[in-house]
Design a protein around this ligand. Structure first.
Ligand code: IPE
Ligand code: MG
Length: 222
């Protein structure tokens, strides 16, 4: 999700207003997912690098996360959407973490629709974490190095119980991955659009589905 800051600046508003409008866009997109039957949505809400933003902005984003869960968490339950988090959840402020944990638990039984929030997330750090986990098992004698297959490695990642993304989409004209789902993206289709995240509308969502349906996915085959 990119372009919250630019959206606000264009309107002469503080950047935090852009993040608020971005949170509304998240709720809209969750509705589109159910309407068009997209069962897994992963949102890159805060990267490990985002900690380098000003204290004011980071604080505002963390407060917004808390408010979002407080106001909209019940809707996740009502709409039977399972919530997951990937990233360094332990770095998040305690109130937000507690809210996240409670909604993760409260939505655990749902299977049809899945929302994963990437928070304090970085793809390289996730891969290092998986390597460390496997190295510990080898050291403990419970895993043979030769048994480390792609499947075993994938199951040590934080995304172990969700499928690899079919489509990765970035808004606001930026054409890079910025450390998002580095392992999981190997066969993803990419889509870059100019719409700023707070302006993301149903037509962008449908446009993405249409673009995706035009792609020929061969997975290396002829
Ligand atoms: C994305 O919008 C939101 C987060 C990373 C939390 P930006 O804040 O990066 O918006 P721009 O790039 O400054 O427009
Ligand atoms: Mg940005």
């Amino acid at each position: 999700m990119d372009g919250n800051g630019r959206w606000a600046t264009q309107r002469g508003l503080p950047r935090t207003e852009g993040h608020k409008a971005g949170a509304d866009a998240v709720m809209r997109v969750l509705e589109y997912c159910q309407k068009y039957d997209v069962r897994y949505l992963t949102l890159y809400a805060f990267s490990t690098e985002n900690w380098k933003r000003s204290v004011t902005e980071v604080t505002a984003l963390m407060n917004l996360l808390f408010d979002f869960l407080e106001k909209k968490g019940q809707e996740l339950i009502k709409n039977r959407i399972r919530l997951r988090v990937i990233g360094e959840i332990e770095r998040l402020p305690w109130p937000a973490r507690r809210k996240l944990q409670s909604f993760i638990q409260a939505t655990e039984q749902f299977t049809d629709y899945n929302l994963t929030l990437a928070l304090s997330y970085g793809g390289r750090s996730e891969i290092v974490g998986a390597a460390t986990k496997l190295a510990e098992q080898v050291k403990a004698g419970t895993l043979e190095p030769s048994a480390i297959t792609e499947e075993v490695f994938a199951s040590a990642l934080q995304t172990a119980d969700i499928p690899d993304p079919d489509l990765i989409m970035r808004t606001a004209g930026e054409q890079r991955l910025s450390n998002f789902l580095l392992w999981q993206c190997s066969y993803a289709e990419f889509l870059f659009i100019d719409t700023l995240w707070p302006d993301f509308a149903e037509q962008d969502f449908v446009g993405a589905l249409n673009a995706f349906s035009q792609r020929q996915r061969r997975y290396g085959k002829a």
